[in-house]
Design a protein around this ligand. Structure first.
Ligand code: GLN
Length: 454
């Protein structure tokens, strides 16, 4: 813990940590020491972690990187962080992210962008988003692991951009209780760490049934670490042809081919598969996610949480809502609220929202058919490129940024578990990631396949 706190102090330029909880960390670390001495050390005893600002942490600022939650200190602990603490983990601080987890570059944060510890010469790059602070902190050795959340790729894309590992479990594996909601039918928490083994250990501690989240699955949590044998003989790995997109950089093609060869050498059977509705995933996601966001964000009204605008004499409740929301939310969040409100409005509900929901069902069925036909896991690139420069996409058309999620959003729409593992460097020397997608509830198997790829 002390070593990490020293590292964090020296890494201010990355802007990864945004709320310091070093006093609490020292208390937790002392308690962990006492448990070790007493011979009662749980799995994560004394392990220093960073916590994404999206998680509500009792008495500690939890702002979802938004101005509207300024000053908000929850009176409760999220289930995931509580589970981690029960397993002995130490919280070093809260980590930067995109505002309300909306973004792919960590540039929508009220705290400013995070800098990727990987650089090309002096060019500063994005660590990805929305869990950009988590990814940068792990990659720069500021903590041994971090929590992330993934609604459309926010664990896997930043993991790929920073050369670390991140897993989004099956929807329902980790409780969403106490995690600030973005798109409730897509949001899942997961671990981000250096290795598959670290992710396995962290995930086991994080997940489990929680009656406080009605979508939490009442299933036993396997010993994920014990499942890491590296033996994948006879496993069937699907290579979806629809992910081979026009204009995909040669090095991403090569990375994918190399990963396929590695799994084959390890004894897996490689099978070409089709997921025909893949091309509709991004449009469906960018209807469903904003729709749910617009509803979830209606609660930020200047009364119940955080920020309230200064009001003029004569201002009524409507002015209070308007001014507070205009000031408190950033541009990307406002864009999503407007898109979401539009697609849910009486005249357009069927044309957009209902249609997107139907497309979502088709995407889910594509995966079901492939798994029913005996495929154990699906291998794809995690991202269409390595980390891009800060400002590069943020100043372009927002749709350019959305396109970065092309390989990751299908998984959230289908609720499946998926992991990104580091898979080498591109010609600029930047990390690239490979994505494995698994059957529902089979994170153990998925982690083991990733372990063979590591
Ligand atoms: N980049 C995607 C978005 O902006 C995904 C974000 C996420 O997974 N939280 O919606």
């Amino acid at each position: 813990t002390e070593a990490c706190l020293t590292q964090i102090e020296g890494a201010g330029a990355l802007n990864a940590f945004v709320h310091d909880t070093s006093d609490l960390a020292r208390e937790q670390a002392a308690a962990a020491d006492a448990r070790v001495k007493a011979g009662d050390a749980p799995d994560l005893c004394g392990i220093p972690l960073g916590i994404k600002d999206l998680f509500c942490t009792k008495g500690v600022p939890s702002q979802a990187a938004s101005g509207i939650l300024e000053g908000f200190r929850p009176e409760y602990e999220s289930t995931v962080t509580q589970n981690l603490f029960d397993a002995g983990a130490v919280m070093l601080g809260k980590l930067n992210m995109d505002e309300f987890a909306m973004g792919s570059s960590n540039e929508t944060s009220v705290y400013g962008n995070v800098v990727n510890p990987w650089k090309v010469d002096a060019r500063e790059l994005t660590p990805g988003g929305s869990s950009g602070g988590s990814a940068a902190a792990v990659a720069a050795d500021l903590c041994l692991g971090a929590t992330g959340t993934d609604t459309g790729g926010s664990i896997r894309q930043p993991a790929a951009f920073t050369g670390i590992t991140g897993i989004k479990p099956t929807y329902g594996r980790c409780s969403r209780w106490g995690i600030v909601a973005f798109a409730s039918s897509l949001d899942q928490a997961g671990p981000m760490a250096r290795t598959v083994r670290d992710c396995a250990i962290m995930l086991e501690a994080m997940c489990g049934h929680d009656p406080k989240d009605s979508t939490s699955a009442d299933l036993p949590v396997p010993d994920f670490e014990a499942m890491l044998s590296g033996d994948i003989k006879g496993k069937v790995i699907g290579i979806p042809r629809e992910y081979r997109m026009d204009g995909m950089p040669q090095e991403i093609e090569t990375l994918w081919a190399d990963g396929t060869a590695m799994l084959k050498d390890a004894g897996a059977e490689i099978r070409d598969i089709s997921l025909p509705h893949t091309k509709y995933a991004l449009p469906a996601y960018y209807v469903i996610a904003p729709a749910e966001a617009s509803s979830n964000l209606a609660r930020y009204d200047g009364v119940r949480y955080g920020h309230r605008s200064h009001l003029e004499q004569g201002d009524g409740i409507t002015e209070m809502y308007e001014k507070t929301r205009a000031e408190g939310f950033g541009d990307e969040v406002k864009r999503r609220v407007m898109v979401g409100t539009y697609v849910l409005s009486a005249g357009f509900y069927d044309a957009y929202y209902n249609r997107a929901r139907k497309v979502r069902t088709l995407i889910k069925r594509d995966f079901e058919q492939v798994f029913d036909a005996g495929v154990d896991a699906i291998l794809t690139p995690a991202t269409p490129s390595s980390a891009f420069g800060l400002g590069e996409m943020a100043n372009a058309d927002p749709v350019q940024m959305y396109l970065n999620d092309v390989f990751t959003v299908t998984v959230n729409l289908a609720g499946l578990p998926s992991i990104s593992v580091p898979a080498g460097l591109d010609k600029q020397g930047l990390p690239l990631g490979l994505q494995l997608i698994g059957r529902p509830w089979e994170e153990g198997d998925l982690l083991n396949t990733a372990y063979a790829l590591e």
